[in-house]
Write a protein that binds this ligand. Structure first.
Ligand code: S3P
Length: 430
């Protein structure tokens, strides 16, 4: 198990950074590129463990994918070009791979089995299995189909209208991918808006979707052609450095080419609400996604309440927002975030435990936590809980703690951000 050491101090975080490519968009480029007809070239691709799980899955389904650093070439075979894999698909740690593929595979007239690592095998799959069964797929798995491994016999799907019981972009995407193949119309109704990268990318490839209020409709498609995609940098990865710069006095950081999809920018809204100085410039559209540059300056933060519809827009950034709250005047309250308990680990439990070790004042709620800021933090021995975002959030809190912090199990950062600790050292010398 790899251990990383952060030497906390009041050193600023300064310079420039282009974070690695957006994980959600990178997964989708592989999946949608595979079922498009002809070549799709991807630049700015996030080459990390999670997206390689999707690439390997698509290869097992018969698609030629060449990856060269952050450049990818996908030889799409069209909607009916996938073939039955010889072996089980291993999605590793990746929930996005599993849930999006469960949608796609439910629509294929062949058998597939999907499994993952011990963390993924503990995560709920019923949320995606239920609607796929309603559409006509035969799916079995542990706990009645709630846990991996899953066995999927797909094909012959019927479109349905489905109201998601929990706001989930992964489940919405599974339904839309299945809807590409289903008889009639497939409608997804969201309780709260979630990231719309699937909708944007399908539209970019020429697929017609109908969006009205919280409903999205898709119909069975004929073929659509491959297209080049440029992936923006991942705001979820940028978020660690945004918080690092805000909490360390004297910091000034320019973060380039970051995806600013309005359904992802909850972290910016929250940090600004907490008093964070974050300026977005050079806004543009890249392959159907909004992108901008960010200038972040250290700021005096104060507490905020984060709840309701703000939660899905900041879901992956809540751990690092909790880290920021330790350095904010007053209390920060996170509510309605029960979903954090079924991420790569139970992120409410994990963040509470790690911030307490560093000396923060934190109270755990069933659906969130409260943090009383202003208590000086002290280096400690922290654990990643095998979760990339817990490792990185703890490391960012540690940059402003006195003394040394060890992060055990730090290798898991390569799930989404290989080289995270090198970048942190380059910009902050911690
Ligand atoms: C993702 C959706 C979110 C998010 C995950 C990536 C996606 O999960 O937490 O990191 O790419 O669609 P849920 O759909 O479970 O909310």
């Amino acid at each position: 198990m790899a251990r990383e050491i952060i030497r906390g101090s009041t050193k600023p975080l300064a310079g420039e950074l282009t974070p690695p490519g957006d994980k959600s968009v990178s997964h989708r480029s592989l999946i949608i590129g595979s079922i498009a007809s002809g070549m799709t070239g991807v630049s700015g691709f996030l080459n990390c463990e999670d997206t390689l799980s999707t690439a390997n899955a698509m290869r097992k389904l018969g698609i030629g994918i060449e990856i060269n650093g952050s450049d990818v070439k996908i030889a799409g075979k069209g909607l009916s070009g996938l073939s039955e894999p010889e072996d089980v698909i291993d999605a590793g740690n990746s929930g996005t791979t599993t849930r999006l593929l469960t949608g796609l595979l439910s629509a294929q007239g062949f058998f597939t089995a999907v499994t993952g690592d011990k963390y993924l095998r503990a995560r709920p799959m019923k949320r995606v299995v239920d609607p796929m069964r309603l559409m006509g797929a035969k799916i079995t798995g542990r706990e009645g189909g709630n846990k991996l491994p899953l066995a999927i016999e797909g094909g012959g799907l019927q479109g349905i209208s489905y109201k998601l019981p929990v706001a989930s972009a992964q489940v919405k995407s599974a339904l839309l991918l299945a809807g590409l193949y289903s008889e009639g119309e497939t409608e997804v109704i969201e309780p709260e808006p979630t990231r719309d990268h699937t909708e944007r990318m399908l539209t970019y490839f020429g697929v017609k979707l109908h969006k009205k209020g919280n409903s999205i409709k898709i119909s069975r498609q004929k073929e659509f052609a491959g297209r080049d995609i440029s992936v923006p940098a991942d705001l979820s990865s940028a978020a660690f450095f945004i918080v690092g710069a805000l909490i360390n006095p004297g910091s000034e950081l320019l973060i380039r080419n970051v995806g600013i999809n309005p359904l992802r920018t909850g972290v910016i809204d929250v940090l600004r609400k907490m008093g964070g100085n974050i300026e977005i410039t050079n806004e543009r559209d890249v392959s159907g996604e909004p992108v901008g540059d960010m200038l972040v300056k250290s700021s005096e933060l104060h507490g905020a309440v984060i709840e309701r519809e703000m939660i899905p827009k900041a879901i992956d950034e809540l751990p690092v927002i909790a880290a920021a709250a330790c350095f904010a005047e007053g209390e920060t309250i996170i509510r309605d975030a029960r979903e954090l308990r079924v991420k790569e680990t139970d992120r409410i439990k994990a963040m509470t435990a790690e911030l307490l070790k560093l000396g923060a004042r934190v109270t755990e709620f069933e659906d969130g936590m409260s943090i009383s800021g202003g208590e000086p933090l002290k280096g400690a021995r922290c654990s990643s809980w095998g979760d990339h975002r817990i490792a990185m959030a703890a490391a960012i809190a540690a940059t402003r703690a006195s003394g040394e912090t060890e992060i055990d199990g730090a290798e898991c950062v390569s799930v989404s951000f290989p080289g995270f600790f090198d970048v942190l050292r380059r910009l902050g010398n911690y």
